[in-house]
Design a protein around this ligand. Structure first.
Ligand SMILES: Nc1ncnc2c1ncn2[C@@H]1O[C@H](COP(=O)(O)OP(=O)(O)OP(=O)(O)O)[C@@H](O)[C@H]1O
Ligand SMILES: [Mg+2]
Length: 400
């Protein structure tokens, strides 16, 4: 009861403050029907409507006025705001939009049992834009909200960058990250890669237990298993995957805040060579790698690349990327094992003689091709499969 009275009194005080601030403007805007000409009367009429709206809902200071009735903390972080407004998260929350002025909304989010968050939204050219600032009740339980977010994303958060949203802020290019979930393939690993996986996995578990930060560079030709390996190493842990392109324009501060609230256990940055070999813009990437390693040693980083030849060696210096692991094109023995195992898994009958024919025809093709070839074996004749292999190889040669 007492609490209600307090709120009513505080609201009344805010309204009185607004009345005293705006009454002068309202009076000045009332058209003088005897002396003003028609256009002036119309202009005054429109601004009177605007001013009255602002009177009701508050204007520029309206957000602060409105929020001053609550005891709130304030923080500024673009990535956090965008994460909360990502489809998966916002659809799961109870959202109330409070109009504050003609193009401004206050977005109130009550997170069940955790407290309240407030965001502000402005409409420019009909496009709603959220401010980077947000407000939260002092008892707000970020940890519990983040656990809820990880659940919504099934433990896999994929950060990409919408190139349309990248803007020059006077000193650097700043982009807005998008948040999605990503699928992890259940495909098994066969051949010698399996032994390598067990070795790295065991070592990584020991490093994590000792609090020793780990970062890996997986490099090698397409289809040799780098991404599958990285995702399998992450297992059912909380994984953030970044589109390497996002590192050109996400601010280090934004990343820091994201990591401090989300505490990912694995960080995967796929295909860095596709971005950084061409642009040479590695400064942000280097800074982020160092920041993650120093400030968030509990997060294991895995970076993948097809080729390191064109990359600035500063990227793979130990301390940024500790362990380089080379993924080679599968040799005959590995190809044989992959073919046989996939054949059994997919229940595709293939004779020893056919396997040997395929093995000798597929020199230079990676694991990814073996999976496709075994599928082809179900639907095509041996002769057709050998032709497909020939075409695959000719395409690869063309690329070189
Ligand atoms: N050792 C392996 N055993 C079985 N399947 C494998 C193995 N390595 C890769 N594959 C399969 O090959 C396909 C491609 O693998 P993956 O995406 O991990 O390759 P990549 O090295 O990341 O390629 P890219 O450089 O093009 O990104 C996947 O379907 C994966 O399951
Ligand atoms: Mg890959």
């Amino acid at each position: 009861m007492n609490f209600d009275k307090k709120i009513i009194l505080s609201r009344a005080r805010n309204y009185i403050q607004r009345i005293s601030k705006l009454s002068g403007e309202i009076i000045g805007n009332i058209p003088n029907l005897l002396h003003d000409n028609l256009p002036t009367q119309i202009i005054k009429g429109i601004s009177l409507i605007n001013t009255s709206q602002e009177f009701i809902y508050g204007k520029r200071g309206g957000i602060d006025d409105y929020l001053s009735q609550f005891k709130l903390e304030k923080e500024s972080n673009q990535s956090f705001v965008l994460l909360i407004f990502s489809n998966l998260v916002i659809e799961s929350l109870q959202v109330k939009r409070i109009p504050i002025g003609s193009n401004t909304y206050l977005i109130k989010i009550d997170v069940c049992g955790n407290g309240t968050l407030y965001f502000t939204e402005h409409k420019y050219d009909q496009r709603p834009e959220k401010d980077d600032e947000f407000y939260y009740s002092p008892d707000f339980d970020f940890k519990s909200l983040m656990a809820q977010i990880w659940n919504l994303y099934s433990g896999r958060i994929y950060v990409t960058l919408n190139s349309k949203d990248v803007q020059w802020n006077g000193g650097s290019w700043v982009g807005k990250p998008n948040f999605n979930t990503f699928h992890i393939s259940n495909d098994p690993i066969y051949g010698s890669a399996l032994d390598l996986f067990d070795k790295i996995n065991e070592k990584n578990i020991r490093c994590r237990a000792d609090g020793v930060s780990r970062s890996y560079l997986f490099f090698g030709p397409p289809g040799t298993g780098k991404s599958s390996f990285a995702q399998k190493l992450g297992g059912d842990k909380k994984i953030i995957k970044f589109d390497a392109k996002s590192f050109e324009s996400i601010s280090v501060e934004s990343i820091k805040f994201l990591f401090s609230v989300l505490s990912p256990e694995f960080v995967i940055i796929d295909d860095i060579d596709k971005v950084f070999a061409a642009s040479g813009e590695v400064a942000t990437l280097l800074c982020i790698l160092e920041t993650i390693k120093l400030d968030f040693p509990q997060s294991t980083i895995i970076v993948t690349a097809n080729s390191v030849d064109e990359l600035d060696p500063a990227i793979f210096r130990a301390g940024r990327l500790d362990e380089p692991i080379k993924f080679a094109i599968q040799n005959a023995e590995d190809r044989r094992e992959i073919l046989t195992c996939y054949g059994k898994k997919l229940d595709i009958k293939i004779s020893d003689e056919q396997i040997e024919k395929i093995i000798s025809a597929t020199e230079g093709l990676s694991a990814a091709y073996m999976k496709e070839i075994i599928i082809q074996m179900k639907y095509s004749s041996m002769e057709e499969v050998l032709n497909i292999i020939k075409t695959m190889k000719s395409l690869l040669k063309k690329k070189k």
